[in-house]
Design a protein around this ligand. Sequence first.
Ligand SMILES: [Cu+2]
Ligand SMILES: [Zn+2]
Length: 243
Amino acid sequence: MFSLLFLATVVALCVTDAQPNEENALQDMQKKVNDLWLSLLYPQLYEDIVASNRTAYASCLVKPSPKVGADKPQVTGHVLFRQAYPNGKLEAIFNLDGFPAGANLSGRAIHIHQYGDLSDGCDSAGGHYNPFKENHPRHPGDFGNFYSKEGKIKKYKANLVATLFGPYSIIGRSVVIHEQEDDLGKGNNKASLENGNAGKRLACCVVGTGTKNLWERQFPEVKEKRKKMRISFCMLSRVTKMP
Ligand SMILES: [Cu+2]
Ligand SMILES: [Zn+2]
Protein backbone atom coordinates (compact mmCIF):
# COMPACT_ATOMS: atom_id res chain seq x y z
CA MET A 1 0.00 0.00 0.00
CA PHE A 2 2.79 2.44 0.90
CA SER A 3 4.59 1.81 -2.40
CA LEU A 4 1.38 2.83 -4.17
CA LEU A 5 1.15 5.97 -2.05
CA PHE A 6 4.81 6.71 -2.75
CA LEU A 7 4.25 6.32 -6.50
CA ALA A 8 1.22 8.62 -6.42
CA THR A 9 3.17 11.25 -4.47
CA VAL A 10 6.12 11.06 -6.91
CA VAL A 11 3.73 11.54 -9.84
CA ALA A 12 2.27 14.57 -8.12
CA LEU A 13 5.71 16.04 -7.39
CA CYS A 14 6.79 15.52 -11.01
CA VAL A 15 4.10 17.87 -12.21
CA THR A 16 4.74 20.67 -9.71
CA ASP A 17 6.75 22.61 -12.37
CA ALA A 18 3.64 22.87 -14.54
CA GLN A 19 2.94 26.06 -16.52
CA PRO A 20 -0.03 28.26 -15.57
CA ASN A 21 -2.17 26.77 -18.35
CA GLU A 22 -1.62 23.37 -16.76
CA GLU A 23 -2.83 24.56 -13.35
CA ASN A 24 -6.21 22.84 -13.60
CA ALA A 25 -4.58 19.53 -14.49
CA LEU A 26 -2.18 19.96 -11.55
CA GLN A 27 -4.99 20.72 -9.10
CA ASP A 28 -6.86 17.71 -10.41
CA MET A 29 -3.79 15.52 -9.88
CA GLN A 30 -3.28 16.87 -6.32
CA LYS A 31 -6.91 16.21 -5.52
CA LYS A 32 -6.56 12.62 -6.77
CA VAL A 33 -3.42 12.08 -4.67
CA ASN A 34 -5.19 13.48 -1.59
CA ASP A 35 -8.16 11.22 -2.26
CA LEU A 36 -5.88 8.22 -2.66
CA TRP A 37 -4.02 8.91 0.61
CA LEU A 38 -7.21 9.41 2.55
CA SER A 39 -9.16 6.52 1.02
CA LEU A 40 -6.32 4.08 1.70
CA LEU A 41 -5.33 5.29 5.15
CA TYR A 42 -8.78 6.18 6.52
CA PRO A 43 -11.34 4.41 4.28
CA GLN A 44 -14.28 5.01 6.62
CA LEU A 45 -13.49 8.69 7.09
CA TYR A 46 -13.11 9.11 3.32
CA GLU A 47 -16.55 7.59 2.72
CA ASP A 48 -18.06 9.89 5.35
CA ILE A 49 -16.41 12.96 3.82
CA VAL A 50 -17.62 12.14 0.31
CA ALA A 51 -21.13 11.47 1.66
CA SER A 52 -21.22 14.85 3.43
CA ASN A 53 -20.37 17.10 0.48
CA ARG A 54 -16.59 16.78 0.94
CA THR A 55 -16.69 18.16 4.48
CA ALA A 56 -15.34 16.29 7.48
CA TYR A 57 -16.91 16.54 10.93
CA ALA A 58 -15.53 15.46 14.29
CA SER A 59 -16.90 15.66 17.78
CA CYS A 60 -15.63 15.44 21.33
CA LEU A 61 -18.01 14.82 24.24
CA VAL A 62 -16.52 16.69 27.20
CA LYS A 63 -16.74 15.13 30.66
CA PRO A 64 -15.27 16.25 34.01
CA SER A 65 -12.00 14.61 34.94
CA PRO A 66 -12.65 12.03 37.68
CA LYS A 67 -9.51 13.37 39.37
CA VAL A 68 -11.04 16.80 39.89
CA GLY A 69 -12.65 17.34 43.29
CA ALA A 70 -16.34 18.18 43.74
CA ASP A 71 -15.31 21.69 44.81
CA LYS A 72 -14.05 22.41 41.26
CA PRO A 73 -16.24 23.20 38.22
CA GLN A 74 -17.75 20.04 36.72
CA VAL A 75 -17.49 20.90 33.04
CA THR A 76 -19.54 19.11 30.39
CA GLY A 77 -20.47 19.80 26.78
CA HIS A 78 -19.14 19.46 23.27
CA VAL A 79 -16.23 20.58 21.18
CA LEU A 80 -17.15 20.11 17.52
CA PHE A 81 -14.97 20.40 14.43
CA ARG A 82 -15.65 20.93 10.73
CA GLN A 83 -13.19 21.09 7.85
CA ALA A 84 -13.68 21.18 4.09
CA TYR A 85 -11.67 18.50 2.33
CA PRO A 86 -8.85 18.69 1.29
CA ASN A 87 -7.64 22.31 1.70
CA GLY A 88 -10.15 23.94 4.06
CA LYS A 89 -9.13 25.39 7.41
CA LEU A 90 -10.43 23.79 10.60
CA GLU A 91 -13.40 25.42 12.35
CA ALA A 92 -14.56 24.61 15.87
CA ILE A 93 -17.52 25.14 18.16
CA PHE A 94 -16.85 25.17 21.91
CA ASN A 95 -20.10 24.61 23.77
CA LEU A 96 -19.39 24.04 27.45
CA ASP A 97 -21.29 24.31 30.70
CA GLY A 98 -20.54 23.96 34.42
CA PHE A 99 -18.34 26.99 35.13
CA PRO A 100 -19.13 29.20 38.11
CA ALA A 101 -22.05 31.54 37.44
CA GLY A 102 -21.36 35.25 37.25
CA ALA A 103 -18.74 37.17 35.33
CA ASN A 104 -15.42 35.39 35.10
CA LEU A 105 -12.66 37.82 34.27
CA SER A 106 -10.00 35.15 34.12
CA GLY A 107 -9.79 32.95 31.03
CA ARG A 108 -9.62 29.18 30.82
CA ALA A 109 -7.17 27.52 28.48
CA ILE A 110 -8.25 24.85 25.99
CA HIS A 111 -5.73 22.72 24.08
CA ILE A 112 -5.32 19.58 22.02
CA HIS A 113 -3.23 17.10 24.00
CA GLN A 114 -1.13 14.32 22.58
CA TYR A 115 -2.99 11.15 23.56
CA GLY A 116 -6.57 9.99 23.44
CA ASP A 117 -5.88 7.95 26.57
CA LEU A 118 -8.17 9.03 29.43
CA SER A 119 -7.62 5.94 31.56
CA ASP A 120 -6.24 8.11 34.36
CA GLY A 121 -8.71 10.93 33.83
CA CYS A 122 -7.39 13.88 31.82
CA ASP A 123 -3.90 13.37 33.30
CA SER A 124 -3.10 10.46 30.94
CA ALA A 125 -3.74 12.63 27.87
CA GLY A 126 -0.03 13.60 27.84
CA GLY A 127 1.38 17.02 27.03
CA HIS A 128 0.31 19.39 24.28
CA TYR A 129 0.09 17.81 20.83
CA ASN A 130 3.38 19.06 19.39
CA PRO A 131 4.23 17.32 16.09
CA PHE A 132 6.69 20.02 14.94
CA LYS A 133 8.60 20.36 18.23
CA GLU A 134 7.63 23.99 18.72
CA ASN A 135 7.26 26.01 21.90
CA HIS A 136 3.86 26.85 23.35
CA PRO A 137 1.68 28.63 22.12
CA ARG A 138 2.68 27.55 18.62
CA HIS A 139 1.27 24.04 18.93
CA PRO A 140 -1.49 23.31 16.39
CA GLY A 141 -4.08 22.77 19.15
CA ASP A 142 -3.34 25.88 21.24
CA PHE A 143 -6.82 27.39 21.08
CA GLY A 144 -6.11 30.19 23.59
CA ASN A 145 -8.28 31.51 26.43
CA PHE A 146 -12.04 31.24 26.76
CA TYR A 147 -14.30 33.33 29.00
CA SER A 148 -17.43 31.88 30.50
CA LYS A 149 -20.67 33.82 30.86
CA GLU A 150 -23.39 32.63 33.21
CA GLY A 151 -21.41 29.42 33.66
CA LYS A 152 -21.18 28.68 29.93
CA ILE A 153 -18.67 28.99 27.14
CA LYS A 154 -20.19 29.26 23.66
CA LYS A 155 -17.60 30.10 21.07
CA TYR A 156 -17.02 29.57 17.36
CA LYS A 157 -13.46 29.73 15.99
CA ALA A 158 -12.37 29.57 12.35
CA ASN A 159 -9.02 29.34 10.53
CA LEU A 160 -7.48 27.03 13.12
CA VAL A 161 -4.06 25.48 12.52
CA ALA A 162 -4.95 21.95 13.65
CA THR A 163 -6.32 19.59 11.02
CA LEU A 164 -8.54 16.53 10.68
CA PHE A 165 -6.60 15.27 7.63
CA GLY A 166 -3.27 13.67 6.88
CA PRO A 167 -0.46 12.52 9.14
CA TYR A 168 -1.06 15.33 11.67
CA SER A 169 -4.77 14.72 12.12
CA ILE A 170 -6.11 15.44 15.62
CA ILE A 171 -8.61 12.57 15.37
CA GLY A 172 -7.94 10.20 18.27
CA ARG A 173 -6.19 12.89 20.32
CA SER A 174 -7.80 14.75 23.21
CA VAL A 175 -9.18 18.19 24.03
CA VAL A 176 -8.40 19.41 27.57
CA ILE A 177 -10.19 22.25 29.38
CA HIS A 178 -8.02 23.82 32.07
CA GLU A 179 -8.81 25.54 35.32
CA GLN A 180 -6.64 28.58 34.67
CA GLU A 181 -5.67 31.08 32.06
CA ASP A 182 -3.07 30.29 29.40
CA ASP A 183 -0.08 32.64 29.80
CA LEU A 184 0.59 32.16 26.07
CA GLY A 185 4.29 31.47 26.58
CA LYS A 186 4.96 34.74 28.41
CA GLY A 187 5.44 33.29 31.89
CA ASN A 188 9.24 33.40 31.80
CA ASN A 189 9.63 29.77 32.81
CA LYS A 190 9.96 26.32 31.22
CA ALA A 191 6.34 25.30 31.84
CA SER A 192 5.14 28.44 30.09
CA LEU A 193 6.80 27.29 26.86
CA GLU A 194 5.37 23.79 27.28
CA ASN A 195 1.83 24.31 28.48
CA GLY A 196 1.15 27.99 29.27
CA ASN A 197 0.89 27.29 33.04
CA ALA A 198 -2.82 26.66 32.57
CA GLY A 199 -3.22 24.66 35.77
CA LYS A 200 -5.43 21.70 36.58
CA ARG A 201 -7.21 19.69 33.88
CA LEU A 202 -10.89 20.16 34.68
CA ALA A 203 -12.41 18.18 31.83
CA CYS A 204 -11.46 16.45 28.60
CA CYS A 205 -12.59 14.26 25.72
CA VAL A 206 -11.26 12.28 22.77
CA VAL A 207 -11.81 13.63 19.24
CA GLY A 208 -13.71 11.16 17.08
CA THR A 209 -15.15 11.28 13.58
CA GLY A 210 -18.73 12.49 13.41
CA THR A 211 -21.63 13.51 11.21
CA LYS A 212 -22.89 16.99 10.37
CA ASN A 213 -25.93 16.56 12.69
CA LEU A 214 -24.49 17.97 15.91
CA TRP A 215 -22.65 20.75 14.07
CA GLU A 216 -25.78 21.86 12.24
CA ARG A 217 -27.77 21.81 15.47
CA GLN A 218 -25.27 23.93 17.43
CA PHE A 219 -23.85 26.22 14.74
CA PRO A 220 -26.90 28.56 14.37
CA GLU A 221 -26.66 29.45 18.08
CA VAL A 222 -22.95 30.36 18.08
CA LYS A 223 -23.32 32.09 14.70
CA GLU A 224 -26.16 34.23 16.07
CA LYS A 225 -24.01 35.21 19.07
CA ARG A 226 -21.14 36.14 16.72
CA LYS A 227 -23.48 38.29 14.60
CA LYS A 228 -24.75 40.14 17.70
CA MET A 229 -21.17 40.78 18.87
CA ARG A 230 -20.22 42.13 15.41
CA ILE A 231 -23.24 44.48 15.38
CA SER A 232 -22.42 45.83 18.88
CA PHE A 233 -18.78 46.32 17.89
CA CYS A 234 -19.80 48.28 14.73
CA MET A 235 -22.20 50.44 16.76
CA LEU A 236 -19.54 51.11 19.37
CA SER A 237 -16.94 52.11 16.78
CA ARG A 238 -19.48 54.49 15.16
CA VAL A 239 -20.19 56.09 18.54
CA THR A 240 -16.50 56.52 19.33
CA LYS A 241 -15.92 58.15 15.92
CA MET A 242 -18.62 60.79 16.58
CA PRO A 243 -17.28 64.32 17.23
CU1 LIG B 1 -3.72 21.74 27.98
ZN1 LIG C 1 0.66 24.42 23.57
